[in-house]
Write a protein that binds this ligand. Structure first.
Ligand code: FES
Length: 155
């Protein structure tokens, strides 16, 4: 990919949902294990539905664009649509990749940070509610996230 995808560029130049949510229902901070960049994610949940998502990222263009696209795509989603999906990481990844198309191999480690941050913020929400079966489910899902970080890196 020699040219930057225009949708990706648009999400980077005018990112949606940047900021913080005061008193969020769920929060997470993720450090990308490949490059060390940080992403904070906040969620507001109402009636088992994602009513608001905000993020702050000290990441690259792809990370910021990914967090922007993902935060838009999951708004108003019922949590179970994500958590009970048979492969939540793949589903969330598709939401990003459908928007941007192919990414260069060396940038494939960037979108997983937004996915991990979102799932971890949802996990934080369930933890506060003491819904431990959901917490465990998300932990199990996240145990596979490293594969996605390493996708573009020589193994
Ligand atoms: Fe660090 Fe993309 S998130 S290079």
């Amino acid at each position: 990919m020699d040219e930057i995808n225009p949708k990706l560029l648009e999400h980077f130049n005018n990112p949606k949902n940047v900021g913080i949510i005061e008193n969020p229902d769920g929060y997470s901070r993720v450090k990308n294990p490949i490059c060390g960049d940080l992403t904070d994610m906040y969620v507001k949940i109402d009636n088992n539905r994602i009513k608001d998502v905000k993020f702050k990222s000290f990441g690259c263009i792809v990370t910021i664009a990914s967090a922007s696209a993902l935060s838009e795509a999951v708004k108003e989603k019922v949590l179970d649509e994500i958590v009970e999906n048979k492969d939540p990481i793949k589903m969330l990844r598709n939401m990003i990749m459908n928007e941007f198309g192919d990414l260069p191999k060396e940038k494939l480690h960037c979108p997983p940070a937004s996915i991990q941050a979102l799932l971890s913020a949802i996990k934080d929400y369930y933890k506060k509610k003491e819904e431990l079966n959901k917490v465990k489910k998300i932990e199990k899902v996240l145990s596979n996230i490293n594969w996605y970080y390493k996708e573009g890196v020589e193994k």
